[in-house]
Design a protein around this ligand. Structure first.
Ligand code: 5GP
Ligand code: ZN
Length: 135
């Protein structure tokens, strides 16, 4: 299903032009308009899934295969020294476009890109509680 009000549906399906690095029946990979670093790209499924919780497992698996292929090429071509895969779900996690996408951010020595968090400390209580949900 496509969502006709969704900008990434329109870009993924070629209704809005984009700088495309890769395309197949299921995905389009584009350059981010506001790159964190040179080569920052987005993998967009052509079908509309709002986030990780909506995208089917098999589609996600194929998106990961595209990430491996395209990020490897980006890494080599742009002489990157690192690369982050980032995927945001929900406003609190920084998602601003509610169509699943996977960021590929090539990294360079001293590039000043911030992808991270301030490390906390795992409490015994949290560990017990969270592990219990998986039993
Ligand atoms: P999010 O914050 O949802 O994980 O990431 C959305 C990303 O999409 C941002 O990095 C933003 O710069 C990028 N973006 C938003 N609108 C457009 C657009 O119209 N074209 C392209 N190429 N990138 C976009
Ligand atoms: Zn969409």
């Amino acid at each position: 299903m496509k969502d006709c009000n969704c900008i990434f549906c329109k870009i993924a399906n070629g209704e809005i032009p984009s700088a495309t690095l890769y395309e197949d029946d299921e995905f389009r990979v584009i350059l981010d308009l506001n790159p964190a670093a040179k080569g920052h790209s987005l993998i967009l499924p052509k079908e509309h899934y709002a986030n990780l919780f909506e995208i089917p497992e098999d589609v996600l698996g194929r998106a990961a295969a595209v990430a491996k292929k395209v990020s490897g090429k980006l890494f080599t071509a742009l002489h990157a020294t690192g690369l982050n895969l980032v995927q945001n779900n929900g406003r609190s996690a920084g998602q601003t476009v509610f169509h699943f996408h996977l960021h590929m951010i090539p990294r360079y020595d001293d590039d000043n890109v911030k992808v991270g968090w301030v490390p906390g400390s795992l409490t015994e209580q949290d560990a017990k509680e969270i592990v219990s949900y998986f039993k």
